[in-house]
Design a protein around this ligand. Structure first.
Ligand code: GTP
Ligand code: SPV
Ligand code: MN
Length: 605
């Protein structure tokens, strides 16, 4: 089928920024040599044509129009199912700027090498030019970018995840610069896969992967890796955080941001449905964002957050009407499902969905699947791409150009031992230390060994676009600037296991107990007891006394085992040693202060 070309919009005839855009598009098309150039408008008609094109070339299978209106099923290449951290590079001017936790290549060499890959790569293909906007229209915190890609699948996903086309171009006159993103599917050879960031140039070059975090360049590449480096220069923060708003029974709204590593529960927490008893009392939770937050100081001196995205790229397995009804309803229509299982009636399925598994279906690789066959039907990192506006719990504030004021920040990882259900930091500096030492067991969201424990500071290990220790220093600096107006920092762990290896905490909706305690604390009224690692809730404060959970379970959930924590402190010292050259001394001092508190006999509880 012959695709369609369009001319650049007439609004691009003026201004330096627009001339820069036109010149760059021309330069890139001379390099990549596409047959046709298509400037995306973001219109419905364009979307329909793209979906038709993707359906005709076999990338999309349209789903049942009643059960899933305007929704499509896609399978990726079997070797292209997750982010590839080993092939992701921060090409800052010096290796020192990228720091020990990032792969680095000399920017000039890497550009030359990448230009070699991009040379002629779009011959026989369409080059799509996607102007996009990260953040609410009219927001001074929002940013514009332009992605050039030869993948219609990427266009279709970007259209959901960001605001593309004319709405983005209309923001150009208000912005000083735009991020340039170059993406090509190549031939999906894993050996040619490179995701490269040039912070000084505001440039991203991504080759040979169509997977979300590698290919939807507005998301992790722009909104986290480039934005984090820029935020440090300009005094704001770009974080891997959900944002939610909690209304207490007295009508007061408290906004909370939360950083959890990939596939550790951000989307689920962002869309939490409070238990019926809490709803009856007047508790309500609304979602502002599920993955990324940009935070900056407002005129009132508080930290305000916007969600730069416009959609959810959510983990499918485990999502159900029981665990996360808001996610299920968000992806009912206008959604792309990638690498889930397909039923014969053109509906979808994944492990953990409501109801019994289908008697047979087609798995994510296209093979016939039956319940006993020994393979999962959906890839563990299969995803839905759904518009945020479709979330029943979306906050009326989610597109507020000012953002929302943040009262608490939550860090959480997957830890089967050691880390209690929730604890409250003693200060911003202590909270920065808690974030810097966040650990989690690896998940399927990145290529590698699932289950292995690793440090993932602030859930940003794969996403920080500069030296991690400088990033910690930036957190400390933000705290100095914000003083006592900074949010209170919490550490949660939904994933502690008992000796039999069973999860102790029911999680999901029950996490509301923890959120309520956090809200009460920041409003100066929740009960807490001091422990060496921070303040812990009393069992009453978690309202666990009203349940039939045995006292022993509650104890296990909140336990701080001194022997385990001594080991943790030693390991943290070793971890910090990796960043020695730039490490803020405050963090080592916090580690020693924790060691001291562990020795304090007064802190028995
Ligand atoms: P990314 O999109 O990769 O950044 O992931 P995320 O942090 O948004 O994680 P998400 O909410 O999608 O959850 C990932 C997995 O963790 C899913 O399989 C969930 O079912 C599971 N999960 C989320 N919340 C909980 C919880 O409270 N308890 C338990 N046991 N599992 C949870
Ligand atoms: C994550 O891995 O944190 C995700 C999915 O949110 S991706 O967009 O691939 O980064
Ligand atoms: Mn994420």
């Amino acid at each position: 089928m012959q695709p369609f070309g369009t001319l650049p919009p007439t609004m691009l005839q003026t201004s330096d920024l627009n001339r820069e855009l036109m010149a760059w598009v021309e330069e890139t098309s001379e390099l990549t040599k596409p047959d046709i150039i298509h400037w995306c408008t973001g219109s419905e008609a364009e979307s329909e044509r793209l979906n038709d094109l993707l359906t005709k070339d076999g990338t999309f299978i349209p789903l049942d129009p009643i059960r899933h209106p305007n929704s499509f099923y896609a399978r990726s290449d079997v070797n292209d199912v997750a982010r590839v951290e080993g092939r992701t590079f921060i090409c800052s001017a010096t290796e020192q700027d990228a720091g020990p936790s990032n792969n680095w290549m000399d920017p000039i060499q890497m550009r030359e090498f990448m230009n070699g890959l991009f040379d002629g790569c779009m011959t026989g293909r369409v080059m799509y030019v996607i102007p996009y906007l990260m953040g609410p229209p009219g927001s001074s915190m929002a940013q514009v970018g332009v992605v050039i890609t030869d993948s219609a699948y990427v266009v279709a996903n970007m259209r959901i995840m960001t605001r593309i086309g004319s709405v983005a171009l209309e923001e150009f006159p208000h912005k000083a610069s735009f991020v340039k993103g170059m993406h090509s599917t190549g031939v999906l050879d894993p050996e040619q896969r490179y995701i490269c960031h040039f912070p000084e140039l505001g440039l991203i070059m991504s080759f040979s992967s169509n997977y979300g975090g590698n290919a939807l360049l507005g998301k992790k590449c722009h909104a986290l890796r480039l934005a984090s480096a820029q935020a440090r220069q300009e005094g704001w923060m770009a974080e891997h955080m959900l944002i939610l708003g909690i209304t207490s029974p007295d009508g007061v709204k408290t906004y909370v941001a939360g950083a959890f590593p990939s596939a550790c529960g951000k989307t689920n927490l962002a869309m939490i449905v409070p238990p019926d008893v809490d709803q009856a009392k007047g508790w309500k939770v609304e979602c502002i964002g599920d993955d990324i937050a940009w935070l900056s100081f407002g005129e009132d001196g508080r930290l305000w957050a916007i969600n730069p995205e416009a959609g959810f790229f959510g983990v499918a397995p485990g999502t159900s009407m029981t665990t996360n009804p808001n996610a299920m309803l968000s992806c009912r229509a206008n959604t792309i499902f990638t690498n889930v299982a397909l039923r014969d009636d053109r509906t979808i399925w994944w492990e953990g969905m409501d109801g019994p598994p289908p008697e047979s279906c087609t798995d994510w690789t296209g093979q016939p699947w039956t319940p006993g066959c020994g393979r999962p039907a959906a890839h563990p990192n299969s995803r839905f791409t759904a518009p945020a506006r479709q979330c029943p719990a979306i906050s009326p504030e989610w597109q507020n150009p000012e953002g929302v004021p943040i009262s608490a920040i939550i860090f959480g990882g997957r830890r089967s031992t050691t880390v209690p259900l929730v604890s409250e930091s003693l200060s911003w500096q202590h909270g920065t230390y808690v974030g810097a030492t966040l650990t989690s067991e690896n998940t399927a969201a990145a290529a590698g060994t699932v289950g292995q424990l690793r440090y993932d500071p602030m859930a940003m290990l794969p996403f920080c676009g500069y030296h991690m220790a400088d990033y910690w220093q930036h957190w400390l600096n933000m705290g100095k600037h914000g003083g006592d107006q900074m949010p209170t920092i919490y550490h949660v762990n939904w994933f502690r296991k008992d000796e039999a290896g069973k999860l102790i905490w029911p999680g999901y909706r029950q996490n509301m107990r923890v959120l309520k305690w956090i809200v009460d604390r920041v409003r100066q009224r929740g009960d807490a007891v001091a422990s060496p690692i921070g303040m812990l809730p009393t069992p009453q404060a978690l309202e666990i006394s009203g349940t039939d959970w045995p006292q022993e379970t509650v104890k296990e959930l909140l336990a701080v085992d001194r022997e385990e924590w001594y080991k943790e402190v030693d390991r943290r010292e070793e971890f910090f040693a990796n960043f020695a050259t730039n490490l803020p001394p405050e963090l080592l001092r916090e580690n020693e202060a924790l060691r001291k508190r562990l020795q304090d006999e007064q802190l028995r509880f």
